[in-house]
Structure formats: C-alpha cells, structure tokens
Design a protein around this ligand. Structure first.
Ligand SMILES: [Zn+2]
Length: 178
C-alpha cells in the first residue's frame, strides 16, 4: 500500500478519511523528526472516516470520497482552512461545476481531486492551477478521457485529464454522436 500524497507543498495537518493508504508518509515527515526537532505528523489516516477523533485532530485539510464530502457539506469544520481533497477510484465520474460550487459555498477553501488506485497509488492529481488532473501513472485507463498535453501553468509537464477545454470538447463529441 502506498502513502497519501498531498497535492501541493507545504503539507498542512491533513485528515484522510479512507483506509486506502499506508501509514507511512512519502512527504518526508515519516520519522516525525526534522533536523532533530520533533514535529507532529501532519497527515493522519482515520480508517473509520469522520468522527470526534477527526474533530480533535483539527485538520486544516481533509481528504475523503465524494460520498463522505456530501455528508460533510452540512457540518461546520472551523479548522478546515487549506484544502478539500476529493478522492476517486478509477472510472468514477468526477466533480461537476455544481459540486465544486457546493463545496466552495460550504468551506471556502480550494478543492483538489485525486484518482487513487487499489494499492493507494496516485493515478491522477489536480494541481494548484485547478484545470484538470495530472496523470501520475500509466495504469489509469484514459480511453474515455480527453488527454491534454499542453503546458500547465503550475509547471508540471505531465498530461492532464478533465481540463475545461477537454470537457467542452467531450461534450461536443457526445452531442454530435446523438
Ligand atoms: Zn498543473
């Protein structure tokens, strides 16, 4: 099983609400010790999902499935100041603009989507430019996706799926096919 990968640096206190990842962290915090100074691990996995232990942890960012987020839309989470991270499995439909608006209205923090494989592997990840998800693994099937290879403002060179232009293009193709 692989570790959860936070979309951008630095990593704030993050609660992960699914048991899809290992407890080891790939972001350099695994020892909990940086330059001899003990620091709390910023990423914690809550295998049972949302609960009072998560509230106590006071996460600045939370990663969970869309199903979990839909339930959390009605919950006030004052500590949530950095990011809403929506986790998908390959083949699942991703967020619509309406879904994103609902998350924004509820939490007022940036939204990042990630596609995660069975072993916790990061398949695709939204960056701070918020225009599509960068492909991180060749194991993610992209047959039904528009893959955009144009440069991303974030500086990453990998191709993206779900870009605004690609979504518009897929809609046109779908309309044409009817
Ligand atoms: Zn990017």
């Amino acid at each position: 099983m692989e570790a959860f990968a936070y979309p951008i640096a630095p990593v704030p206190r993050t609660a992960v609400l699914v048991p899809w990842f290992s407890n080891a962290f790939s972001n350099g915090f695994s020892s909990g010790c940086v330059s001899g100074i003990l620091r709390p691990r910023p990423v914690r996995i809550f295998r049972k999902g949302w609960g009072s232990d998560v509230v106590e942890f006071a996460p600045a960012a939370i990663a969970g499935t869309w199903e979990q987020w839909q339930a959390l839309l009605r919950v006030s989470i004052p500590s949530l100041t950095h990011a809403v991270i929506v986790l998908w499995r390959p083949g699942q439909e991703r967020l619509t603009e309406t879904d994103r608006d609902r998350l924004w209205d509820a939490f007022r923090v940036p939204v990042f989507e990630q596609v995660i494989g069975k072993s916790g592997e990061l398949f695709a990840s939204e960056c701070e430019a918020h225009d599509g998800l960068h492909l991180k693994s060749s194991r993610l099937p992209t047959d039904n996706e528009y893959v955009d290879a144009s440069p991303c403002p974030c500086g990453q060179k990998t191709s993206r799926i779900g870009c605004s232009q690609g979504t518009a293009m897929l809609r046109r193709i779908a309309a044409y096919a009817r």
